[in-house]
Ligand binder design. Structure first.
Ligand code: MG
Ligand code: ZN
Length: 192
């Protein structure tokens, strides 16, 4: 069995777009500081690094599935050039379901549902209890917890959040350093 670090995309790997806007084009991708170092550390510590991202911009018709996939390829290639390997990317293209004026019931993959993590666990033989979900929203924490992972919230705890993360971190690099410490894995960050 493998262990995974599940990463949210926007707000963890790249700067997220202003409220109500979406990162759909390469020109809009701004990597957050320390991300390549952090992913490289996770690689060396034996974690599968798997991105799990809600992209309802597809359901909204702002971008196609193929365009999102092409964008992810580019993001992965750029990080790989810096020695940071993303093993797989999963995204939910669906609308939020109830309350959005949409008739169809919510899908099983849009976080806070754990569907993407469960699918990835099957595809990559992952022990979810040995894995971590790292995200910047309550939905990420909830998805991680439902899947049986430990969780890290990047940013601040929203008091309305039902699920508390295992810890709060300032960035992916900060989260990674704490995870390696907690799991008894020692690695130093390499300069970017
Ligand atoms: Mg996010
Ligand atoms: Zn979905």
């Amino acid at each position: 069995m493998n262990k995974a670090a599940f990463l949210d995309r926007d707000g963890v790997i790249n700067r997220k777009a202003p409220e109500g806007q979406y990162v759909t084009r390469w020109e809009e991708v701004e990597f957050l500081p320390g991300v390549a170092s952090a992913i490289s550390m996770l690689n060396r510590a034996g974690f599968r690094v798997i991105v799990v991202s809600n992209q309802r911009c597809v359901a909204k018709g702002l971008v196609t599935t193929e365009e999102v996939e092409a964008l992810h390829k580019k993001i992965c290639r750029e990080l790989a050039d810096q020695g940071a390997v993303i093993d797989a990317v999963y995204f939910c293209p669906h609308e939020a379901g109830h309350g959005s004026g949409h008739e169809s019931p919510p899908c099983s993959c849009r976080k806070p549902a754990p569907g993407m993590l469960l699918t990835a666990a099957k595809d990559h033989q992952i022990d979810l209890h040995a894995s971590w979900m790292i995200g910047d929203s309550a939905a990420d924490v909830a998805a991680g917890k439902s899947a049986g992972c430990r969780t890290v919230l990047i940013g601040r705890i929203d008091n309305s959040a039902a699920a508390a993360p295992d810890f709060v971190a300032q960035s992916l690099l900060d989260a990674t350093q704490k995870i390696l410490e907690l799991d008894g894995l020692s690695l130093r960050a390499e300069p970017e």
